[in-house]
Write a protein that binds this ligand. Sequence first.
Ligand SMILES: Nc1ncnc2c1ncn2[C@@H]1O[C@H](COP(=O)(O)OP(=O)(O)OP(=O)(O)O)[C@@H](O)[C@H]1O
Ligand SMILES: [Mg+2]
Length: 460
Amino acid sequence: MIFRPGTAVWVEHPDLAWAEAEVVSSPASPSSPSSVNVVLSTGVKAVVDGRKVLPRDTEADLGGVDDMTKLVYLHEPGVLCNLARRYTLNEIYTYTGRILIAINPFAKLPHMYDMHMMEQYRGVQFGDLSPHVFAVADSSYRAMVSENRSQSILVSGESGAGKTETTKLIMRYLTFVGGHATGDIRSVEQQVLESNPLLEAFGNARTVRNDNSSRFGKFVEIQFDKSGRISGAAVRTYLLELSRVVQISEAERNYHCFYQICASGQDADKYRLAHPRNFNYLNQSHVYELEGVSEAEQYLKTRRAMDIVGICFSDQEAIFRTVAATLHLGNIDFSPGKEFDSSVIKDEKCKFHLQMAADLLMVDASLLLSTLCYRTIKTPEGNIVKAVDSSAAVIGRDTLAKTVYARLFDWLVDNINKSIGQDMESRSQIGVLDIYGFECFKYNRIRILLQTSIAISLML
Ligand SMILES: Nc1ncnc2c1ncn2[C@@H]1O[C@H](COP(=O)(O)OP(=O)(O)OP(=O)(O)O)[C@@H](O)[C@H]1O
Ligand SMILES: [Mg+2]
């Protein structure tokens, strides 16, 4: 593109991503548009690559537009500038047609999500009120009721953008419009909402980007009867990050439940647990606490959430026994054995952890040890038992810990689903997908700079 002198433009900037500028002189000929002389709004002169100069709308509203399809130039700097202008005015939501862009406020905004706000958005045409996550949820609900078609809402964005919070708000709104009028004690909607802390205790962890990062994908399907009332729900999870159970990076943490059980007082004593620094699966990072979070309180909340979704006391005990066993399992270390490529348990401390892990998992300790130190190879002639070296024994131990944890997580999800109950006769559903990923740092500047999350309402 050829720019006349005096044209308002955006140019790439190493710190700001894009900077406002004005063209001083355009390239000599249209066939060589490589360099353009510009002056930045700070007065600094620069020569920039003409292919990376984009036009700027000087008449754009300083308050930004609430729907970015109204922008004169719908390009990256135009979008970023509009979102930044709105964010400065505490407007965290903006539409791009049917897509809602949310910028994480990193502050509690109770007035944005209270009952009064839900009432305001109820039944109002999409776009008539200011952009809001409730408007997306309401429009899905209305479309489902009026067109009798299932809907799905996709919530996407980089880690820490606010996907899970947005998903919870959507669920809260759907339970508000589709909840039962009668206050039955453990209604479906209550159980769906209450299953969140439980799944988060076992599937969320601190990462460098987010203290409560979901390390699994979640699809919540809310089922409705013919009068538009919630009649059942199902939670589907996938791709739990299992490597985290046995390996964590500095500044990150393992799954919350491990720290909660270590802080559980009497229960921790019962399972012979101590401070997280004593466990190999937790002390690879030196972050043990989260700001403003009491793990002891969180432990009680997790227990309460289990009560609410209907997990009985003996199952709760089995769950925490398994969590404690995983920690003890991680402390079983090996030394090279006398024979070539063999391994033995390292010392008395490790023997204690082996015994604890075996007791808690209700298996025989010597059988557990031989399973870790020997490998059985199946051949047509029969089974061959072969010793493994200490590093292979460690790999086996970690694989066992990951498998046990994966089974525990799946068991929890199954139980949540059983307890909530699915409506096989349901007329239509609204699915909400909280999907993680997209941490490609080099090029996704929009996500990095503005921490956006996007909710799109799709018709199935
Ligand atoms: N609408 C909001 N209002 C207030 N705070 C928010 C909002 N959205 C997000 N946050 C804050 O940002 C934090 C991170 O949000 P959230 O856990 O939803 O991110 P995420 O996109 O699900 O990240 P991950 O992919 O790591 O799971 C929350 O713990 C909360 O403090
Ligand atoms: Mg999340």
